[in-house]
Design a protein around this ligand. Sequence first.
Ligand code: 6PG
Length: 235
Amino acid sequence: MAWVEHAYPDAEALTAAVAARLHAACAEALQAHGRATLALAGGRTPLPIYRALAATTLHWPQVVALPGDDRCVTHDHPASNVSALRAAFAMADGLVVESLTVADGDPDASLAHARRALAPLHATAFDAVVLGMGEDAHTASLFPGNPALPAAMAPDAGEDAFALVPDPLPPEAPFPRITLGLARLLRARHLHLLVTGARKREVLRAAQATHDPLHMPVSAVLHAPEVTVHIHWSP
Ligand code: 6PG
């Protein structure tokens, strides 16, 4: 279990710092093995980071990004993470943004698609993973108390992607989900967790104090053995 906390005076400072770290991770990976792979959080907080990263100079055709989770909605739906990623990275010419969902958002077809898309990456550590956190201590789409959690959070999970229907459905995105499993998310060279605001900081502190994966899924990330999580916080 290890984490490093980075506190910033405001969202702009957090955005600049995390974008710089992601750029460095990509540049290092491109230099070392000619490609970079990122798994990126959905939601609203990280979008300025992605736009800032897209404005940097990288050999984008050798970079692959994918959402760490997505909502099972059509790709033109405002709640689609893959569409938000593609929009945020519009300036990154040649970047491939893989999807975990199919265009019509069907959950069963999306799960099959996600597993096919992830299979070639199975043995590869992501060069960077960005996670967000909800006030219910969910991360990615690993939602507390969900019956899909034991399989999705198993260290020896046989699959890299899982379907999950949050219960209750979160009001800000009331949809079934496809999520990378915990073991897949943790196979990362650099792991970043974004936490903003006082309420989420309280939830973070609770998750740091208690390793309770089923009730606080983010605690499974924080307490994962042999993993260092970079926690980025701003008011
Ligand atoms: C999603 C995310 C989710 C998100 C948190 C925080 O699809 O909703 O992947 O895990 O990171 O809910 O979302 P905000 O950044 O919008 O607060």
